[in-house]
Design a protein around this ligand. Structure first.
Ligand SMILES: [Zn+2]
Ligand SMILES: [Zn+2]
Length: 138
């Protein structure tokens, strides 16, 4: 005899009370919905391999979070021409780039200020006449 404990819980999606027998966090109705959404997303990406996450989300009416989760879980395999990618720095969606827009901005800023620092350090003799350097403690 198999002991299946059924637990009453609220569906994570529609918040309806249902009895969960297999540890599912969604009611059976939402489980079917999610299957549908997944199929829709997979087919959309298959048909439109170069679309961005936002395109897919608009085209399928599925939230970008759900789409990205499936991609991260490896449930949806992207083709080489896909514009969906994840930032190498923070893991956020990056629209086919190596870094997301936020990290690109931060990297550019960091790069610039890093270069300015280095120039300021390196150039005091070469035209940095107005850089105060006289008060070096030794
Ligand atoms: Zn539900
Ligand atoms: Zn990022």
């Amino acid at each position: 005899m198999t002991e299946s404990k059924s637990v009453l819980r609220n569906c994570k999606k529609c918040n309806r009370l249902f009895s969960s027998t297999d540890g599912s966090v969604f009611c059976s109705r939402c489980n079917t919905d999610i299957d549908d959404e997944f199929t829709r997303v997979r087919e959309y990406i298959y048909d439109n391999p170069t679309s961005s996450v936002k395109d897919v989300s608009t085209g399928t009416n599925v939230s970008t979070e759900a789409i990205l989760k499936w991609i991260k879980e490896g449930k949806i395999i992207l083709s080489d021409s896909s514009r969906i990618s994840f930032c190498e720095r923070c893991g956020e969606p990056a629209d086919g780039n190596r870094f997301c827009a936020k990290c690109v901005r931060e990297l550019e800023k960091g790069l610039k200020s890093g270069m300015e620092d280095r120039q300021a350090q390196r150039d005091p003799s070469r035209g940095g006449m107005h850089i105060k350097e006289g008060t070096q403690k030794k």
